[in-house]
Design a protein around this ligand. Structure first.
Ligand SMILES: [Zn+2]
Length: 184
């Protein structure tokens, strides 16, 4: 059998591939990132409401990513020295340490690498159940995303299914790159 289906506790369905150990490592790294460059902050002013989704805190390191999303582009970085493509944004290559890096527009194509379906009301601005997915991009990096325009069920969310980026405009100042099943 290709996949594991583990239920723990009954509210959660964690479905993942045999490469799961690496996914857990990745998730751990993302969690650390929320304390620095991927920090979120409460909505300000009139948007300050409990139902509001937490907003990413835009930093000089991540500015290109959010600017790209507003323009309908998924932007990654590539090392000029060793050609390694990477995500999340940082000013040096995570593979060789070079600071000669460039931003480029990704294809927006990827596959569903792993996901968990959350049934508990954990975060403001989300409607349960919803999938928290790891998408493997065509260029190599993996990123966390929600899967839009698709039932949030294990039947509909098939591992390795083809996905494409879509841009979810939250307001004039924030657009989120998200993924949906590839069309055609
Ligand atoms: Zn490099």
């Amino acid at each position: 059998m290709r996949t594991l289906l583990i239920v723990r506790p009954p509210e959660y369905v964690w479905r993942t591939s045999p490469r799961a150990g690496r996914v857990l490592t990745l998730a751990g790294r993302y969690r650390i990132k929320t304390h620095n460059q991927w920090a979120t902050e409460p909505a300000q002013g009139e948007n300050q409401h409990m139902a509001e989704r937490a907003r990413p805190k835009i930093t000089p390191e991540t500015q290109h990513y959010w600017d790209g999303a507003k323009q309908g582009e998924l932007r990654l970085q590539r090392c000029d020295s060793c050609a390694h493509a990477y995500f999340p944004p940082r000013p040096f290559c995570p593979k060789c340490g070079s600071r000669e890096v460039s931003v480029f527009k990704a294809s927006g194509n990827g596959t569903l690498y792993s996901y968990v379906i959350n049934h508990r009301p954990l975060a403001a601005g989300f409607t349960e159940p919803y999938a928290i997915a790891v998408v493997e991009l065509e260029e190599g990096p993996r990123m966390m995303s929600n899967i839009l325009e698709c039932p949030q069920t294990p039947e509909a969310l098939e591992l390795d299914m083809k996905l494409e980026v879509t841009f979810q405009q939250i307001d004039d100042n924030l657009t989120l790159p998200q993924f949906r099943p590839a069309k055609g």
